[in-house]
Structure formats: structure tokens, C-alpha cells
Design a protein around this ligand. Sequence first.
Ligand SMILES: Nc1ncnc2c1ncn2[C@@H]1O[C@H](COP(=O)(O)OP(=O)(O)OP(=O)(O)O)[C@@H](O)[C@H]1O
Length: 367
Amino acid sequence: MSSIAFESVFKRYGEVDAVRELNLTCAAGEMLALLGPSGCGKSTTLKMAAGIESVSSGEIWFGDKPVSRLAPGERNIAMVFEDYALYPNMTVWENVGFPLKVRGITGQPASQRIGEVLQLLGLRQMADQPVRGLSGGAMQRVSIGRALVRDPEVILFDEPLSHLDADQKVQLRAEIKRLQKLRQVTSILVTHDQTEAIAMADRVAVMNHGVLQQVGAPQDLYERPANLFVANFIGEPPMNLMKAAYAGNRIVGEGWEVTLTTARRAKLPDGAIVAGIRPEHVTVSAPDVAGDAGGAARGTIIYREPRGDADVLTVALDAGSGPGGKLVAEIAGPTAWRAGDKVSVGLDVGRLLVFDAASEKNLEVAP
Ligand SMILES: Nc1ncnc2c1ncn2[C@@H]1O[C@H](COP(=O)(O)OP(=O)(O)OP(=O)(O)O)[C@@H](O)[C@H]1O
């Protein structure tokens, strides 16, 4: 298996910079997710790796081999598409065997390979069924089988789960991850769904407007987002982001304020900031009762969303205007809070992130 590296890759469509100066490596045997909103350039990046789109400038490497001038057929890649791209009238066996057939591999060597892959994917019982009429989940397993059958150097997954229902999604993402680890095949997954990226990938690359924002292990992106875009994009419910000012050792927002520890304040310049705090790091208590994290503001619960094992509470801060003067708290539950309750809100200051208001960068994450 080889690594895939994008080196200063640009893709321009006329006036549109679909991908801008991309420097990104997917290590050999790794699964890397490209995650971002519609139009961020993730599909274009995948297509350039596949050779379906050319690069405008820069180079793509598979191991130590530059590939950007090679045709798709010369790259030893396999693709798994969102719409499966199978031959509906052919059987499961014939679809999986198709890449071998077009390469002239037939007879016993082909049968053995196809049999092994069907076994691996639990598709043996369906081998003789036409693909037409199978469930979406089964069809996608067939297309994964077709990708695996010839041991490609790289598998490129383009939104592979987007047409599946919720149950099938959960099953298949575990299945893809298991197979990818078993075969140690270098893989890139394109998705707009953070749950999918986090569940399946070793590392996640977040893109926006054609620019790579941050790449890292899912937990890194969650705990140490490099900028406001990543902070807001990763996590559900989204991180609370509040305009504030930092001076001395205090962060003062509208309707709230907190004091930072000495160790942290040395690193931060005074000025306009955006403070970020995840809903699970916000506490809610009766008014004037200091919560575990210390009361930072007062407000009124305006909305309670029960989520089974937790309640998501939206609190309107008394004197605040922040982003609508609201804070969202996720509290282990179910709780007895109701809309209309007056509360004290606490912020876990140790988990509060500080972003520069102008550059939008996390002031405590190295660029
Ligand atoms: N063939 C094309 N011609 C012109 N512009 C294109 C073409 N393909 C993509 N673009 C533009 O390039 C930018 C990136 O598109 P791309 O499809 O890579 O984004 P994406 O993140 O994969 O979005 P989606 O999930 O909607 O496919 C967009 O502005 C898009 O309109």
C-alpha cells in the first residue's frame, strides 16, 4: 500500500478556485476523511486523486510516484460511489468479478478471489442474485466487494453511505472500517457528514471554500479546533461562540465574565476575541447557587430539548447580546428544568477556547 500526498495542489474552473494550495498526506494504510460543506472542494480533491479531474498545478504522489499525469486506469485505484454504479442485470458474483474480467483474469484465480471477497462481505448467499432488487446496503456491499477484489493500492469512497437509511448507515460504516483495517488499504473518504467522518476515519481533513482548514484525529478537531470554522462545524449541538474582550486575566462577554488561570493568561494577547465553549461544558443551576464550574451569568431557559440520556437547554442570558444572547447547555438527564425557569449558568473555564476575533484562529493552537 502506498501513501497519497497532495503537494501544493490547485484546481481552477475558470474563475472558481475549487481547491487552493492543498498540502495533505494520507499515510499508507490510513483512512482519511475529507469533510466539509457543499462546494468546499472535497469531491474535486477526490476526483484529482482518481485522475477523473486534472490538477491545475501542483503534484499528487502515490508513495514516491508522481501520478498527476497518469490516466485513471494507470493509477491502481478503486472507487466506491454514492449511487453504487453497479450493473443491475448482472448477478452479485458477476459485478464483483467485473474488474478481474476486464483485466483478463478468469478461471480458478478469478473464482478464488471473488469467493474470498464475497465471504468477507457476507455476500455468499446472494452470489447468484441479480443486483437489481437488492437493498441499498447490500448493493453498496457489492460495490465495496468490487473495489476490494483486485487489491487496489488505494480506495476512494465518494459519499458511500448517503443513500442508505439510518440503520444501514451504522452497519455499513462499521463494516467499511473493519474491512479497511483488515486489508490495510489506503483510503480517502469524502463526506459532508461529521458523524460518518468521525466514526470511520483515522484522521479528518476539514475543508471550506477550497482551503484545508485543519487535519487531525477526530478528538483533536473536537477539543482543539484551529479556527472558528472548524469549531462551529464539528460537534452537535454546535459549540457556543460568544463575542468577548480579553484583558489581564479576565474574559468579559455581554452578560457573563470568567477569569483565566495564570498559566493560560501569559499566552494570550489582550483584545477582541470570540470565546468558545461546548454545550457539555456549560452547567445550569438554580439562581445564585454557584454550579460546579462557578456561576458566570444569569438567564432564563427558553427551550428544553430532551435527548433521552441528556437534555439540551437553551438559556437566554439576562444582560447579554452575544450570538442572540443565548447559551446552549447539554446536561446529563433527563432533568427537571423547564422553559421559563430562571437559572445561573456556569462555564467550565478550563475547557473554554479563545479565538482571535479578527483572524478567527484559536489563539492556543499552533498554526
Ligand atoms: N466541472 C466543474 N465546473 C465548474 N465548477 C465546478 C466544477 N466542479 C466543481 N466546481 C466548483 O468547484 C467548487 C468545489 O466543488 P466540489 O464539488 O469539489 O465541492 P464539494 O465539497 O464536493 O461539494 P458537494 O458535496 O456539493 O459535491 C464549487 O464551487 C463547484 O461549484
